[in-house]
Design a binder for this molecule. Sequence first.
Ligand code: AMP
Length: 399
Amino acid sequence: MKILVINCGSSSLKFQVIDAVTEELLAKGLCERIGIDGSITYENVKDGTGKETSNPAIPDHNVAISLVIDALMNDRTGVIKSLDEIGAVGHRIVHGGEAFTSSVVINDEVIQAIKDVSDLAPLHNPANLIGVAACQKLMPGTPMVAVFDTAFHQTMPSKAYMYALPLSYYEDYKIRRYGFHGTSHSFVSKKAAEIVGKDYADLKTIVCHLGNGASISAVMNGKCVDTSMGLTPLEGLIMGTRSGDLDPAIVEFIANKENKTASEVLNVLNKKSGVFALSGEFSSDFRDLESAYKKGDKKAQLAVDAFAYRVAKYVGAYTAAMNGVDVIAFTAGIGENSPFVREKVLSYLGYLGIEYDPAANAQRGDVVKISTDSSKVAVYAIATNEELAIARETYALCK
Ligand code: AMP
């Protein structure tokens, strides 16, 4: 069975087609600038025909999906002959609130429940649902599955997810910590268990998902017990342009000083903070920051050092939360590709009995073992694959 995986944003739509049985990636692509002008990039990965980009008008997501289908059925570069070959569609949905603890087949009630929690993710959930509606219109008989970023973290105990706020905020508005990147944390923690050859239900793993958005999770005995993102993806680690943890009093302080509204300050915390801000608005990309760091740029050094320090602090906290740790896994853009940042984080963790091999850390690959055989904690870089995880979940519900 072939699965179409859709990750729909307000003006973009990423897609992949994966053979659910062999788990082979057949094709992938991206529609951008939907509603503005439009561009589509498509690649037949199976036959290696190379990337092709064109710029058709894409006024809305229905047009985007029909262009995706045209690309997938193209005589020269397509990977399907007819739409019937797509057995199911897996949709990434950012926020499932407390309603969804796992992936579900989409029906009218599910769509309503996703709408009901949309005020928790006002930028993402409505866009995700537009993608669902567009697919349903063009592929009416094909089952659709919702795979939630928040679902994996629903196993957190209340002591981890409750904010110390008036209880009515939780009862009336569902204000609590939810966590995000759940598909990645789930995929990587399972893969880590496989790699070390231990039972997932009997392992303590810390997953450091370090990308432009960054989060960290503690996974104990096959369940997430804590994670760094909160009600929204702003909490926790320092990120590309997001501040992560800070004193909430700062919001009012800046609002008063700069005559800004709360939402204007939050815009700064989401879009103009993080390593981008600490580097003096130089860059949010760690490739730029690392090279500037090595040339002695003080602001880039502060940005990278503060980033790594925050990750190390969370690793310490989550080791305490689980009373130990067996595996630490680095993943996502920075976690997979930056030996420099991994080494900086690990430099704080000798007290855990971690020994790492700098030569091994410099290696690249889907799975890189960084720790030595005598290390008390196994440390790996593991490539995440959220699309494959979505395809697996979709297949499991639709096969
Ligand atoms: P993601 O959000 O997981 O796609 O990660 C994107 C981020 O990964 C980029 O913004 C970079 O900061 C970082 N990144 C990607 N490749 C590298 C690399 N080779 N070295 C350092 N950082 C990288």
